[in-house]
Write a protein that binds this ligand. Structure first.
Ligand code: SF4
Ligand code: SF4
Length: 291
């Protein structure tokens, strides 16, 4: 028997479709899950769930060159060799590395005649385990200009799974990254379900096709939620037929609701706010539970 917790990853072809508000609402309705924010490049689930951190850890990924000013003889060989123009001359006739430009290729380290260049791991951000009013949450803060968000997404998922096991939770709800790039792949690989949030626009259909082909490629059960479906009923119908063609199920249709913004300003999930669209999310949740 498969004892893995169910892992529902909420994704979208692009940002701004309401993915985070929907993830937070589903977690609120569950009240018995681990919630994880894997949209690490623009993490904002914390704004709605107000987590209180119980554990923090640094996130290191890759390496960075650092010139030891005591040892540097100022020959400039490293600057000439750096293809990324990351090494600058200082006023004191020595050199230093601009961290945001260093790609960690190690060429300067290898060729410095004085062995003056260190190559430590790069601190890219931090990740946290927290408590929220909907349950435990795993989330992260990626440093400015830090890369390797796919690696951080994989780490967050792995910690969420460990926490689910520790707390005996059968469900993990993940706010995934938008798009179809490396962080999205890291967020859905091996997951049980994806919930694709889309909007009734032409670009929404295009994005949906891209995301569904990705889910199909990884053989993950795809569900679709059409957010603000009533803004363009023709387009919503088209989305339903595209979904059918691609073997996905439209599991929720959420009406346009101008009170969503008010709920966000009050840092409440949609379902806590008892606004008209809350019922659409509750209906979708009921269907998701039994599918
Ligand atoms: S190659 Fe080494 S010694 Fe020469 S400037 Fe660079 S760090 Fe200094
Ligand atoms: S590690 Fe590579 S990118 Fe970074 S400073 Fe050295 S040569 Fe440039």
């Amino acid at each position: 028997m498969d004892n893995r917790p169910r892992e529902i990853v909420v994704i979208s072809g692009k940002g701004g479709t309401g993915k985070t508000s929907i993830s937070a609402s589903l977690a609120y309705l569950s009240q018995d899950c681990i919630v994880a924010d894997c949209d690490v490049d623009a993490a904002d689930l914390y704004l709605l769930l107000k987590p209180i951190s119980i554990e923090r850890q640094d996130f290191y990924s890759g390496h960075i060159a650092e010139i030891n000013q005591e040892k540097c003889a100022g020959c400039g060989i490293c600057k000439d060799l750096c293809r990324f123009d990351a090494i600058k001359a200082n006023n004191n006739a020595k050199f230093s590395v601009e961290p945001s430009s260093c790609e960690g290729c190690k060429v300067c380290v290898e060729f410095c005649p004085e062995k003056a260049i260190d190559f430590p791991e790069r601190l890219c951000g931090e990740w946290m385990k927290s408590e929220t009013r909907v349950g435990f949450m795993v989330h992260a803060k990626l440093g400015i200009a830090a890369e390797n968000s796919g690696k951080l997404v994989a780490l967050i998922r792995s910690e969420a799974k460990k926490l689910a096991q520790e707390k005996d939770k059968k469900l993990i709800i993940i706010d995934g990254p938008p798009g179809i790039g490396c962080p999205v792949i890291a967020s859905i690989t091996g997951a049980t379900d994806v919930l694709v949030v889309t909007e009734p626009t032409l670009s929404g259909i295009h994005d949906l096709e891209r995301v569904l082909s990705l889910a199909n490629h990884f053989r993950i059960k795809p569900y679709i939620c059409i957010n603000k479906f009533d803004l363009n009923l023709d387009m919503s119908e088209k989305i339903e037929s595209v979904a059918k063609e691609l073997g996905a199920k439209v599991i929720g249709k959420i009406r346009y609701d101008k009170l969503v913004t008010k709920a966000q300003i009050e840092a409440k999930t949609i379902v806590e706010s008892n606004i008209p669209s809350a019922q659409d999310i509750i209906d979708m949740w009921e269907r998701l539970k039994v599918n």
